[in-house]
Ligand binder design. Structure first.
Ligand SMILES: Cc1cc2nc3c(=O)[nH]c(=O)nc-3n(C[C@H](O)[C@H](O)[C@H](O)COP(=O)(O)OP(=O)(O)OC[C@H]3O[C@@H](n4cnc5c(N)ncnc54)[C@H](O)[C@@H]3O)c2cc1C
Length: 326
């Protein structure tokens, strides 16, 4: 039994979520007393260094410029070929956009049990893996048992600590015996560089400042951005804010938007509806700023400030700037 971990093709720097999934794979491999192989596509030296620092002992690198993040079927075929040729039976993905699209395809092809969005390391019970994940929009958690020969887990970003485990990875140029090309020619594809304010994609952000309808209009977003800037945070928003075009849709968090788990989530002028909480209640620390002491969000907050956002937020920003300056 050995463990394979999928590294999505990337333009620049490897994403934190991918490093987390390698670290998770390495810890699973330790539980199973085996080793970790990573499958990567057009991986740079930097990427290989980063993943070998957290436990990858071998990297199968498929170098083919035609294979990109949008070739889901080709990426999946590469993972399936690697799983079969390397005699792997546990495959780890990140539960991010790329992992969410490739993992189900691989699972259906390999007839593998898949647990999507794991929040903890699995327990090994004989031939089974028992994996915990959140259910009912994060209101409960459940343990699933994977009993199939191939087992697939995708890991919820920001749920596990990255553990240093340096290895000198053997890098192998991998040329699968199957043809990875789809035969589909893609035309007119436009990449949205969905990088939130703060320069990091929202799912990767450690700190997030988020605004809701309490901010009254897009012209008032300066106070959210100033606070985010002072903290080095990304910005997010509630759904009505994105629906009203005050902010772009890729900043919308919640049940129908992104699910995030930053270390710090500051919610300004957001009521805390269940559909909003579904996307943010995995955050490690939640701070709520709202002028209504009865706002439901306070029940889910670690810290709350009852007050007018337009007076509280600039004061908070100034205080943070002062602390940082010292
Ligand atoms: C199927 C479905 C899916 C949904 N999915 C999502 C989702 O993914 N994400 C999401 O966010 N919503 C979602 N919603 C909408 C959700 O139910 C709420 O309507 C929405 O989250 C409310 O947004 P809000 O808190 O910004 O606005 P409001 O509910 O209008 O709340 C504004 C808050 O700002 C406070 N406030 C007002 N003025 C100030 C001030 N000066 N200073 C400080 N605070 C102030 C108010 O007290 C209030 O609590 C969904 C709804 C449905 C039905």
């Amino acid at each position: 039994m050995s463990v394979l971990v999928y590294i999505e093709p990337i333009k620049d720097k490897i994403k934190k979520a991918a490093i987390e999934s390698v670290s998770y794979a390495s810890q699973v491999a330790q539980l199973l007393n085996t080793s970790v192989t990573a499958i990567a596509f057009n991986a740079s030296e930097e990427t290989i260094k980063e993943i070998s620092n957290v436990g990858a002992e071998k990297v199968l690198n498929i170098s083919d410029s035609a294979i990109t993040t949008i070739n889901i079927k080709s990426l999946a075929k590469g993972v399936i070929a690697a799983a079969k040729e390397e005699n792997v039976n546990v495959i780890i993905f990140s539960f991010d956009g790329s992992g969410q699209s490739v993992a189900p395809y691989v699972a259906s092809n390999l007839k593998a049990g898949l647990v999507a969005g794991a929040t903890e390391l699995p327990k090994v019970e004989g031939n089974k893996l028992e994996v915990r994940k959140n259910v009912f929009s994060g209101k409960a958690s459940a343990i699933y048992s994977i009993e199939s020969a191939f087992k697939i887990i995708s890991v919820m970003p920001n749920s596990i600590e990255i553990a240093s485990n340096p290895k000198s990875a053997e890098v192998v140029a991998f040329a699968p015996s199957t043809d990875l090309k789809d035969g589909v020619q893609l035309k007119n594809f436009k990449v949205n560089d969905d990088v939130a304010h703060g320069g990091v994609p929202l799912p990767d952000a450690e700190l997030v400042v988020s605004g809701g309808r309490g901010l009254k209009g897009p012209e008032n977003w300066g106070i959210v951005e100033d606070l985010a800037h002072a903290l080095g945070a990304a910005t997010a928003c509630s759904r009505p804010v994105a629906d009203a075009d005050w902010r772009p849709h890729h900043e919308h968090v919640g049940q129908t938007g992104l699910a995030i788990r930053p270390n710090l989530y500051i919610a300004i002028g957001i009521s805390g509806a269940i559909q909003h909480l579904a996307g943010v209640n995995g955050s490690k620390t939640i701070v709520v700023i709202n002028n209504d002491p009865e706002a439901p969000f306070f029940k889910n907050a670690d810290y709350g400030i009852v007050g007018d956002a337009f007076s509280v937020v600039p004061k908070l920003t100034e205080a943070i700037k002062k602390i940082k300056a010292n």
